[in-house]
Ligand binder design. Sequence first.
Ligand code: F6P
Length: 564
Amino acid sequence: MTSTTNDTTGSAIDPTTTTAWEALEAHYLEQTTSLREWFEQDPQRAERFSRTAADLHVDLSKNLITAETMELLLDLAREVDLEGRRAAMFAGEHINTTEDRAVLHTALRRPEGAEPALEVDGQDVDADVHATLRRVYDFADKVRSGEWTGVTGKRIETVVNIGIGGSDLGPAMIYEALKPLAQEGLEARFISNIDPTDAYDTTADLDPETTLVIVASKTFTTLETITNARLVREWLLGGLRDRGLDQDLEAEAVRRHFVAVSTALDKVEEFGIDPENAFGFWNWVGGRYSVDSAIGTVLATVLGPDAFEELLAGFHAMDEHFRTAPLEDNVPVLMGMLNVWNVNFQGAETHAVLPYSQYLHRFPAYLQQLTMESNGKSVRWDGSLVSYDTGEVFWGEPGTNGQHAFFQLLHQGTRLIPADFIAFATPNHPLTDGEQDVHELFLANFFAQTKALAFGKTAEEVRAEGTEGALVAAREFSGDRPTTSIMAPKLTPSVLGQLIALYEHITFVQGVVWGINSFDQWGVELGKQLAKGLAPAVAGDEQAIAAEDSSTAALIRYYREHRG
Ligand code: F6P
């Protein structure tokens, strides 16, 4: 497989001009939705709308769809050439048009020796990916075995990852999800926010002699990360000095306690980190798609190379499913098209992701960057303005906590909020409270919620329970609130890799339908630019403050007057 072309910039299809879009609009107007009736009429409905992708069992039957809806959605997928676009991505064509880059996160998890070999823009991608992985694993093994020590000869006990966005959310989310696999005596911590409280709190109880810092930044220019790296370098050297470290040994201390992950290895060196201790990746990996690159070094180190390999294998299994399964059975395609159905025809503005797993408590936050930085766009990849809604707001919290917080609105609010429920059959910790298996109690909640959202409770049923008068309406549940249930045998590294890749590809599918480039993020630039420009005003330069708009000037003055 060789690709050097960037000829993917042709004009984007306006999906609203397709035959399938028009048919879907008519279908939406004709359809009388009733999940109760649909389930009663078709005892096979669950089976008809359930699919398997690698280890994931995905039940789409509680969505507001019929067989005809799915057919029309797949017609739409074909009309916008989803298959062609997917092939272009896997082949390394420059589908990230505004940055003229290939989009090849799928190459990061190709097994060694995969055929045909992948060469893109003259680069032997497979060879480079595996050479880097070997270096990362070698480093991880040294830290894990105690061969790599701090400058005073002590074994490393804490690995602090400094990064933000894609250089933080993926590693932090996965670490939380797979924490039980951490090597005894070795933990990971994460610093991301430029609020100095983050660095202060995270390092407060750490011993600099046993702390290793990974500075993770694709560009190595991100203000938050570079500032935090400097802060932590000060903290570490200060702590070592207090313990009598000779000044001559400071450069060596940075070498022993700081490593970096970046695509900009020249900048890493400028920071004082030994290029020997830097792990690279490539500009065809978007930040929010980078957790399976060297950005995962913290995971390979603390959870171990074996766990990281298993994670990559999980990603790859989902990639293969997405690349090869027929559209009718292709879970990322079906879920992506369902999201289009919900956003563009049913009017959904948000999408909840509700993992019934405490270990996945950072998964919704991770997905927020993946989905919203990818598809929060108003122009198509050829620069033309869209005339339809694009990226929905993703949000969520683990069950059952969410049930006692925002589920009220899911059940009885006025908005349609599609929700993905995620659960695992085998508990991480099989515990009883003396009477019951607590995991079963937990799962009973998972099953109950999607049932309640789908089928609701009619006024007659409320009355039959003895409720009368105005209370009847208050206690009625309309039902017909769409959910997808995703289940897997257990939360393992492989299953987690599958889940992440699933959402990556769902995001891609939606982007293709909307004709947008899901791989750039120009929308984050203006704020960064303005923050830099505001520095003199914030520091008290009266002329600079006066030049601001009245609101910004007044807020800065408030700050100047009230700072401690
Ligand atoms: O500002 C947004 C962003 O560029 C994200 O896309 C990225 O994940 C994050 O900042 C961090 O960037 P970097 O890894 O280059 O420090």
